[in-house]
Write a protein that binds this ligand. Structure first.
Ligand code: HEC
Ligand code: HEC
Ligand code: HEC
Length: 460
């Protein structure tokens, strides 16, 4: 006979996650948020009534731990993780006995996740075991049950890790682990909600692997916890509650909205790596879990960095050109045609391919972001008005996006191309200044061609 939980998995799953149909969410502090201001949560594609309640809880835990971001949607592996010592490729973690983790016991999985020790070899910390170190026994059991239900992919990943000697000596990691595991500390004096938030932020979601700067050994620098770090061609900003350089001015609801949808009107748009974290993980979380993370992020120590944010000056931001989509598009078409003609004429006349900043923006960017920065209304491109990435004192993140493009997981439309080949550093500088002043509301901006050259060199 099947246990009750197998007969009514959907019910026990909702109970386990607290997904009851209540219309208000009451937080530990007694603040209550109407649920209709929260964008509703998308149902989990990897949950099935055919599986046990434990396995389905594991499907949720796998979402909160974002395993898919690195091991692929089908867990077949082969995704490169860029590290200073070279690319490390994720592995097949389907239940294949030959190529995956089909021979793992629950104890093996626990050791792999918490200690970075797979049967027979040490795992590189490109796999975030320094964060997973704090996983509870219950969550490991749920993950174990879930991974047994995942369809088997019976082949090796397309690419595997080949590091040169001595970096290929995996046991070197044992010394590294002594210094860097666990990667975070637990705070005292937290409410129950905040404790759940801490567990999510530090252990499951491992937010710090991107947002915390690294120490000399490439472990997480606990003294600069969540204060922002470069990430390949991107920059993961300061998410401590500092008002001037972090997200201190965001309300808890702002944080929840951003993690649920990847956007926060006139503040932030998740592109690149953050878009992937939202797409694979945070948008699937329960309201309770998102609120717990937001509540926790409000009480971590505020750290001020030198990357100041210029607050949004709403009065300086442009108004949307028109509310009427058809009219808007026609108007934008005229602007673009004009801008392209201007670009060609002035290039011909001057022999230099440099035009007015506005024309450069219109010719290269407005077809996606709109003449007014609010994005083409019928395409799902990003509105760039007011974004924090264009209001930083350091223009590096914005220059990086223009030079190298963005590939977020949200858009079915064409991705944002990089312009470092087609535009000169002077032209990119000129567009950068135009975007910061016009759409960021900055009083002025003096990014130079030399700044652009430096950023391109640093990020290449
Ligand atoms: C940030 C990227 C990343 C995330 C997130 C991630 N992994 Fe990994 N994982 C890797 C990489 C890279 C490797 C291979 C490391 C190596 O070669 O030493 C790996 C290896 C593993 C291994 C070892 C396989 C073996 O036998 O060698 C297991 C098990 C594993 N991951 C499970 C998981 C599970 C379960 C999750 C989610 C809870 C997860 N991983 C999340 C990157 C990631
Ligand atoms: C894989 C790396 C990565 C992970 C994991 C990650 N982030 Fe991010 N995050 C980024 C990057 C990069 C940006 C900048 C996005 C942009 O400008 O498009 C960002 C932006 C943000 C912002 C917007 C800040 C601002 O000022 O605009 C917030 C808030 C945020 N992340 C919170 C989180 C939280 C909370 C977690 C864990 C649940 C998390 N992030 C996990 C890389 C990451
Ligand atoms: C083909 C369409 C397209 C063009 C052309 C384009 N973009 Fe984008 N841009 C996008 C999309 C789509 C995103 C959102 C990122 C994503 O999810 O891929 C984006 C994101 C951005 C962001 C937000 C980055 C962040 O995460 O904070 C900025 C700023 C930006 N673009 C500026 C520009 C500028 C300036 C130009 C012209 C030099 C330009 N874009 C040209 C499509 C485009």
């Amino acid at each position: 006979m099947k246990p009750l939980s197998a007969v009514m998995p959907a019910l026990s799953f909702s109970l386990a996650l607290g997904l009851s149909l209540v219309s208000t969410v009451v937080m530990a502090e007694g603040v209550s948020l109407p649920i209709d201001t929260l964008h509703s949560r998308i149902s989990l594609p990897n949950v099935s009534p055919a599986n046990s309640a434990l396995a389905n809880r594991g499907a949720y835990v796998a979402r909160t731990a974002d395993c898919m971001a690195c091991h692929r949607e089908d867990y077949s592996g082969g995704v490169p993780i860029e590290t200073p010592i070279g690319n490390i490729y994720s592995t097949n973690i389907t239940p294949s006995k030959k190529y995956g983790i089909g021979n793992y016991t629950e104890a093996d999985l626990k050791k792999a996740l918490r200690k970075g020790r797979a049967p027979g070899h040490q795992i590189y910390p490109a796999m975030p075991y320094p964060s997973y170190h704090g996983l509870t026994d219950d969550d490991v059991s749920a993950l174990f049950a879930y991974f047994q239900t995942v369809p088997i992919v019976d082949k090796p990943p397309e690419k595997t890790t080949h590091l040169p000697f001595p970096l290929n000596i995996r046991s070197l990691m044992l010394a590294w682990n002594v210094i860097n595991v666990p990667s975070t500390e637990n705070r005292s004096g937290l409410t129950q909600t905040q404790q759940r938030g801490e567990y999510l932020v530090n252990n499951l979601e491992h937010c710090g692997t991107c947002h915390t700067p690294r120490n000399l050994t490439q472990g997480l620098d606990k003294d600069r916890y969540l204060s922002g770090a470069p990430l390949g061609k991107w920059f993961a900003p300061n998410i401590t509650p500092d008002n001037d350089t972090g997200i201190g001015r965001w309300s808890e609801m702002d944080i929840v909205t951003y993690l649920r949808t990847g956007t926060l009107d006139k503040h932030a748009y998740a592109g690149g790596p953050m878009a992937e974290a939202v797409a694979h993980s945070t948008r699937y979380l329960t309201d309770e879990d998102l609120i717990a993370m937001a509540s926790y992020l409000k009480v971590v120590p505020a750290i001020k960095t030198d990357d100041y944010l210029i607050p949004v000056n709403i009065s300086r931001l442009p108004q949307p050109v028109s509310n009427s989509i058809t009219y808007n598009l026609l108007e934008q078409k005229d602007y673009l045609a004009q801008a392209k003609t201007n670009a060609v004429t002035s290039a011909n006349n001057s022999g230099l391919n440099i035009n007015s900043p506005k024309d450069l923006y219109l010719a290269n960017c407005a077809s996606c972001h709109g003449v007014d920065g609010y994005a083409q209304p019928d395409a799902r491109y990003a509105s760039i008005v007011g974004l924090s990435s264009i209001r930083r004192v350091k223009p590096d993140a914005l220059v990086g996006v223009i030079a190298f493009g963005a590939k977020g997981a949200f858009n079915t439309a064409p991705k944002m191309p990089g312009f470092s080949k087609d535009l000169s550093p002077a032209q990119i500088a000129s567009i950068t200044n135009y975007v910061r002043v016009t759409f960021g509301g900055l009083p002025n901006s003096d990014v130079s061609a030399a700044d652009v050259t430096r950023v391109i060199k640093e990020k290449s």
